[in-house]
Each structure stands twice: as C-alpha cells, then as structure tokens.
Design a protein around this ligand. Sequence first.
Ligand SMILES: C[S@@+](CC[C@H](N)C(=O)[O-])C[C@H]1O[C@@H](n2cnc3c(N)ncnc32)[C@H](O)[C@@H]1O
Length: 311
Amino acid sequence: MNWTEVVISTKEENEAILSNYLNSISKGVSIEHSLDILKQKIDDFEEKYRLDPKDYPESDIAIKVYFDETINVDEKLELIHAFIASNDLADKENITINTNVIEEQAWENEWKKYFHAFRVSDTFVIVPDWEMDQYVPKEGDRLIRIEPGMAFGTGDHPTTSMCLELIESIVKPEHRVIDVGTGSGILSIGAHLMGASDITATDIDELSLKVSKENFELNNCSDKIQVRAANLLKDETTNYDVIIANILAHIVDEMIDDAFERLNANGHFIASGIVLEKSDYIQTRMKEVGFNIERVLEENGWVSIYASRGE
Ligand SMILES: C[S@@+](CC[C@H](N)C(=O)[O-])C[C@H]1O[C@@H](n2cnc3c(N)ncnc32)[C@H](O)[C@@H]1O
C-alpha cells in the first residue's frame, strides 16, 4: 500500500498545537528536528554520526502526518490550511506544507535515518536497537533499547522525555507501577531500570501491545512487566504506588478520579501529553479530587504534571 506523507515545516514553538491537531485528524504524526536542534540534544553528536544535512529539516521542525489510500488527502489538506489560518502560530507566513507519496516498505527504513541514541535525563539514554553496538555508556547511564516500529514512544517527544525525567526521580524498587497507554513500552522500561519489579503496561491499541512486548524482550524485562489490553483504569481492581499516563489532556481528564481511587497512600500520579492551554484545568481537576500538585514540567508547549495522593 502507498501512503501520502504531508510535511509541515515550521518553528519549534508551534509543535504542540499543530501536532495535537494533526493527531486528531490522522492515525500518526512524527516530528523531525533540524540538525541544530539535534546537536543540542545528543551527546558528542558530531563525533558519533556522520550525518547528511540534506536529510534534516531546514526549519526548526518538520511535522509529518500520514494518510493511507482510503483517505481523501485533499480534504485533510483543506482542514490543515484552515487550522493554520485560524490559529495564532509563530512565524505563520513561513509555514510550508508539502506532500510525498511513500511506499510502505520504504517508509519503515526511511525514518530510521532520523533516530539516533540520545540522552533524555541525567541517567536515561534512549538507544535505537540498531545503534546498540556503537553506543558507549557513561557511568551510571541507564540505557533504554528501543525499536518503536509504528507505536508511539521513541523518547524524543517532550511528553515522553518529561515522563522519564519524573520516573527517574520518583520510582523506587518497592513500587507497584502501572503505565497506562504504554505505546512502545518506553516508560515501563524506564520504571524497570529504576528497579521496580511489579509493572503493568496497558494500551487499547493492539499494535502497541505487540511492539511493547518486543521492546520488553529487547530490554530483558518481560518477566517484570505484565502487558494487557485495557481502557484507562476503568477495569482496575487493585492499587498501585505509581500511575503513569502519557495520553492527551482530554483522556487524562477521564482518568483523574480513577487514578486517585487506584493509588495507595502516598502514591504518585504522572500525567503527560497535556497541551499548555489545558494545564491549569487538569491541575484544578486533580486538586478537586484530592491530589497535591508536586511538580509541573513544560517543554515546547507540552506539560507533564506530577501529583501525589498524600496519606
Ligand atoms: C502519546 S502515546 C504514549 C506512548 C508512551 N507511553 C510514551 O510515553 O511515549 C499514548 C498511548 O496511549 C494509548 N491510548 C489512547 N487512549 C487510551 C485509552 N483509553 N486507554 C489506554 N491506552 C490508550 C495509545 O494507543 C498510545 O499508545
């Protein structure tokens, strides 16, 4: 099957608002960063990779959204143009939109060009499986091996990296953890590397369940992580010390009451995938059900909230 790739090139400041919208009208969005931005993110970038600048966006970011042959792409393009016209975006006049047709097989290898080992927090480093041999860890590094396929969760999205930063400071070996909307399984692997041995990873998407299981194998933690299909926390009957959910704000909103109910005393709730505009609303909802807001992280218009349950 062929896919149409729509590429929107723009400033990094527009990432959250545009990718949030594009997610709502498609099945998948990926974000590629310019070489300048990648250089800030990747340790010893120049020495490690001989990269071809032609492979990278000249603008800050290129947001790519994919439509299969059953979709009327012209209609989608009209929607995208209308959304851009009616929203307050940075450097709007220089936003460009291009389309390419991509064969499915070529696509699977194409995106690997853009995905390299990179540090997301003091100790977590994401290493794509095909670069494992080349990567030389620093003392104390916790390596997450990942082969995300088409599931969300390479770690380079701010909503994922902020969760990993919070996991690094919160999760302890004695914690019972649930990762709601596991995608590639990346956050569960982070919890495992912090020593947690009782972890549940759930998703409503079959592909994510399959990909996450493969990544748990790669990271030798399949025996520590139970994987199952579930819709948020709706059918949970047991309690956890840490609940992690990197989903969109309106979906996080749906699970706030259940999260409070399903946490042990002094439990921790990490909620991410929240656009800046919805952050105050979500924090208010959390406080209403009894949570204390401990930390709020923000990057490129995305917010992650760490709330605790108290006694
Ligand atoms: C933004 S991705 C996060 C993936 C990964 N946890 C990360 O942080 O990179 C959100 C995931 O939540 C899943 N999801 C969406 N709605 C859900 C629901 N109601 N219950 C469980 N999972 C859901 C999606 O299938 C997707 O894999």
